[in-house]
Design a protein around this ligand. Structure first.
Ligand code: NAD
Ligand code: G6P
Ligand code: MN
Length: 433
């Protein structure tokens, strides 16, 4: 039987993942699911872990669920390791969002200074996990969902020799589902050629039953209701002439770059009102865990759909299943570029449509990105690389460099002020700078 280990098992997303394993049990016979957390997440782990057990029992499946704070015990002989942890929990996210905003700079979980600091906290932990895996389950696949997923995948590719890593995001599948809904067709009839980076991914073309419907879909993106495919970002709609000229499908995170000012103004308002996304999610999480405590609940409650990670389980479980079953179907994931995008270094992580095989994802060659977006994508990739280097070395100047080359940071001076304040605020979770 298959042994799955999920690190950050106390996440409110766990019922989503468990639902995915239940739905695909016929093709992916999981025997053991180990949910791993740390002392700070112990209570969450127990609540959500009990719900996971009830869900599996209700489905009548022979999957053993283990809850543990002992990561090494869990990793022994694992087949697939999935990660969904948040170093410092949502309090740290609130700081990632609020400190930059207090300096008039966008504060977001995976973009700008917030993304940098989430990376600085996460990368040392993920490298430790990989070290444990080398010893305890060297042949296991690491499916990383932990943000910033692109930077984290980059760090594992650059700084370890563990090749079996895939970075995963629900945005591409969310766009596919969203486009299917806009066109009012079943999602199985839609295919999108994805290329770019995590949270910086473009749809180079989109097909309905094999026929390009790109122009039509691009026009639909001018409608604010259609332009965001995730719950955590409110759509604003693109200027029709702009999106037509860009001539590729955007992802919701592009709004932070191509609508910098509008997004910043909105966030500054949230900052004043105490309603940044971390604060909204803290409330939502408290409500979710109240529901999870109900001993009669044995399904994923629909309220979880208010989180940004919708379809996460579909993305994760279909990926594991396609590796396990050597399905050779196409899925968008974060993996080593190997020339799929010409203007990105060979050894860097990219988010691209891949053929998923037993040996892992094989990126589909896209040639290159359109010239209008190429520069921004390269800049973000440089940011991710320098940030990963800072996380590994703990070098202050390197961290400052990452901060200042980020396109959302206006100057070296402002960048340094934010860096210093965030280094202090997060120091218990950071390497020594
Ligand atoms: P959360 O705050 O609930 O954290 C999840 C769990 O991680 C907590 O129970 C916490 O105790 C645990 N944890 C913290 N440090 C740990 C460590 N060192 N080892 C093991 N466990 C640890 O977070 P969440 O809101 O459920 O999100 C989980 C993660 O998934 C985040 O990193 C988030 O950014 C990411 N996420 C990714 C996507 C994507 O598209 N890739 C979508 C949604 C969420
Ligand atoms: C999106 C992204 C994730 C991100 C999440 C935030 O779906 O793909 O990478 O972490 O939403 O959702 P939240 O509900 O935590 O704000
Ligand atoms: Mn994501």
């Amino acid at each position: 039987g298959i042994k799955i280990v999920t690190i950050g098992g106390g996440s409110s997303y766990t019922p989503e993942l468990v639902e995915g394993f239940i739905k695909r049990y016929h093709e992916l016979p999981v025997r053991e699911l180990w949910l791993v957390d740390i002392e700070a997440g112990k209570e969450k782990l127990e609540i959500v872990g009990s719900l996971a057990k009830r869900m599996i029992e209700k489905a009548g499946l022979p999957i053993d669920v283990h809850l543990t704070l002992d990561r090494r015990a869990a990793l022994k002989d694992a087949d697939y390791v999935t990660t969904q942890f948040r170093v410092g929990l949502l309090d740290a996210r609130a700081k990632d969002e609020r400190i930059p905003l207090s300096h008039g700079v966008l504060g977001q979980e995976t973009n700008g200074p917030g993304g940098l600091f989430k990376g600085l906290r996460t990368i040392p932990v993920i490298l430790d996990i990989v070290k444990d895996m080398k010893e305890l389950c060297p042949d296991a696949w690491l499916i990383n969902f932990t943000n910033p997923a692109g930077m984290v995948t980059e760090a594992v590719l650059r700084y370890t020799d563990h090749k079996k890593i895939v970075g995963l995001c629900n945005v591409p599948i969310g766009i596919e589902m969203g486009v299917a809904k806009l066109l009012n067709v079943d999602h199985s009839r839609i295919r999108i050629d994805f290329a770019g980076l995590n949270h910086m991914v473009f749809g180079l073309d989109v097909y309905l039953d094999g026929v390009s419907v790109k122009d039509k879909v691009i026009n639909l993106l001018s409608n604010p209701e259609n332009s965001s495919f995730v719950k955590n970002i409110k759509g604003q709609g693109w200027e029709p002439e702009f999106i037509r000229a860009l001539n590729v499908l955007t992802c919701p995170y592009h709004m932070y770059y191509y609508k910098k000012d509008e997004m910043l103004q909105k966030e500054l308002k949230n900052f004043k009102d105490g309603t940044t996304r971390a604060e909204v999610v803290q409330k939502l999480e408290a409500e979710l865990f109240e529901l999870y405590k109900d001993p009669n609940l044995a399904i994923k409650p629909p309220q979880l759909e208010e989180r940004g990670g919708a379809y996460y389980s579909d993305a994760a479980v279909r990926l594991i299943s396609s590796i396990y079953n050597d399905k050779r179907d196409i899925q968008p994931v974060n993996t080593i570029n190997n020339g799929a995008i010409a203007s990105i270094p060979y050894k860097s992580a990219v988010e691209v449509s891949c053929v998923i095989t037993k040996e892992g994802p094989k990126p589909i060659i896209n040639g290159d990105l359109p010239v209008a977006v190429r520069g921004l994508v390269q800049q973000i990739k440089s940011f991710e690389r320098v940030a990963a280097e800072a996380a590994v070395t703990g070098n202050y100047d390197t961290a400052l460099l990452a901060m200042v080359i980020n396109p959302l940071v206006p100057s070296d001076k402002v960048g340094k002020a934010i860096l210093d304040e965030m280094l202090e605020a997060h120091k218990e979770y950071l390497p020594k700078f």
